[in-house]
Design a binder for this molecule. Structure first.
Ligand code: FES
Length: 113
């Protein structure tokens, strides 16, 4: 049996986030963007593009990705990895939905590289 060492934190409800949009939450010095897709899937990434720190929360959400508003890099919502020929990754956090409540695991991230 393995212990659940995750640190799930309730950060709001699905209705707090517009479809294909994002809302930000603070975690210490870090800003985390919570994204909602057209299919009501929810993802959490540090609000910092791996290119030049553009605010991903202000980007366009589409096809499991967000396009950065500054120079149009496309970032995977699931992994935080830049797509196509671009290289880099922003921190991604596990998210789960419970009866419309959004919980994110702040103890864990796919670290930026
Ligand atoms: S800062 Fe995001 S594409 Fe340049």
């Amino acid at each position: 049996m393995t212990a659940d060492i995750r640190n799930w934190v309730h950060i709001g409800t699905l209705e707090d986030i517009p479809r294909e949009g994002a809302r930000c939450v603070k975690n210490g010095d870090m800003t985390i963007a919570i994204f909602r897709t057209a299919k009501d899937d929810v993802f959490a990434l540090e609000d910092k593009c791996p290119h030049k720190n553009g605010p991903l929360s202000q980007g366009i959400v589409h096809d499991g990705c967000v396009t950065c508003p500054l120079h149009n890099w496309v970032i995977s919502l699931e992994t935080g990895a830049a797509q196509g020929a671009d290289e880099g990754r922003t921190a991604a956090f596990p998210v789960r939905l419970e009866d419309g409540r959004i919980l994110i695991d702040l103890s864990y991230s796919h670290e930026a590289v």
